[in-house]
Design a protein around this ligand. Structure first.
Ligand code: PEP
Ligand code: MN
Length: 342
């Protein structure tokens, strides 16, 4: 159920309703909005009676929510969630609500030279967020597993020099405090989209979470995974469409751009697109990046490596800095047409 407070309701009025919800052994989730405060109620197994809230004159409406996802839904929060962090040039780096954010960088942190070159190049081309995996979830235990803690330190150096907030993947619940301390946006990868312990853990930190769609996840499962994070109080969640596995074998994944307008209607969370993992081939990345911005995505995640042929992971889908700069030029042109702020 969603409780919508009157616009004139004070914090004390909301607190009274919150306390009442607790007496029902349910969980109140206050969600301040641009126009009004709403309180999402979770924890109920059956339907709640809206009449329970008739006693509060500051409650404008009690709306039953029939969907299995609640806190991520547009019904609960009609206005777009905006993720905003301190960014380069003393300007915020933002994703959502009309702000188009480009996250770029190598698949994995490999060395100080590789990382710093990548950071300088993507910044020069206009990226406002920097990515690089320090802990890599690899299919083979014999593949490069990432530089781990040392990788996090290098990312911090890249942030210090370029001003870009850093995005990197967490693969273990035991690292949550470490990430909360050193990382700006915590990525939960496709392979962990339904690692519920990890979702709960990142839900209880105060860092934005970039949640990638699982490779066989339906949109409902994707939204429910985001719900796990919001349920623990963290509403700073960015959804990332990164392709799903289908019968097709000539592309690494099938990039489901059709999910975009549907997710946009269902959720207030920002939605970005990763055409690098979505296609697996650098030659296809620019076209799908342009399609994503034209379709109203809130941002892109693009893999860029100073020397893709030498990359320790995902070289075939990584752009050179020069090709990334070209991509940015065409993406900016489309952003202007669709009114996205880049
Ligand atoms: C990545 O971003 O490098 C990554 C491993 O992505 P995904 O989880 O989408 O496969
Ligand atoms: Mn990768």
């Amino acid at each position: 159920m969603l409780i919508v407070m009157r616009t004139a309701a004070t914090e004390a009025d909301t607190a009274r309703v919150v306390d009442y919800i607790k007496t029902l052994n349910l969980t109140p989730n206050p969600i301040p909005g641009a126009q009004r405060t709403a309180i999402g109620i979770t924890g109920n197994t059956g339907a709640l009676d809206p009449a329970l809230f008739a006693r509060f004159s500051d409650v404008c409406e009690a709306i039953p929510i029939s969907r299995p996802w609640k806190l991520v839904s547009r019904e609960v929060k009609p206005d777009d969630t905006v993720v905003s962090l301190p960014g380069p040039d003393n300007q915020p780096a933002q994703i959502g609500g009309g702000n188009f954010g480009v996250i770029a960088g190598p698949c994995a942190v490999e060395s100080p030279e590789q990382l710093m070159t990548a950071a300088r190049e993507v910044r020069k081309a206009g990226a406002r967020f920097f990515r690089g995996g320090a802990y890599k979830p690899r299919t083979s235990p014999y593949s490069f597993q990432g530089m781990k803690d040392e990788g996090l330190e290098l990312l911090a150096k890249a942030r210090a020099e370029t001003g870009m907030p850093v995005v990197t993947e967490i693969i273990d619940t035991r690292d949550v405090d470490l990430f909360a301390q050193h990382v700006d946006v915590v990525q939960v990868g496709a392979r962990n989209m339904q690692n519920f312990a990890l979702l709960e853990a990142v839900g209880s930190i105060k860092r934005p979470v970039l949640l990638k769609r699982g490779m066989a996840a339906t949109l409902q499962e994707f939204l429910m995974a985001a719900e796990y994070i919001c349920k623990n109080g963290n509403y700073q969640v960015i959804l990332c469409e990164r392709g799903i596995r289908t019968f097709e074998t000539m592309t690494r994944n099938t990039l489901d751009l059709g999910s975009l307008p549907l997710l946009r209607r269902l959720t207030h969370l920002p939605i970005i697109v990763d055409p690098s993992h979505g296609t697996g081939d650098w030659r296809s990345v620019p076209a799908l990046a342009r399609a994503a911005v034209a379709m109203g995505a809130d941002g892109l995640m693009i893999e860029v490596h100073p020397n893709p042929a030498q990359a320790l992971s995902d070289g075939p889908q990584s752009l050179t800095p020069a090709n990334f700069a070209k991509l940015m030029t065409s993406v900016k042109a489309i952003a202007d047409v669709v009114g996205a702020k880049l």
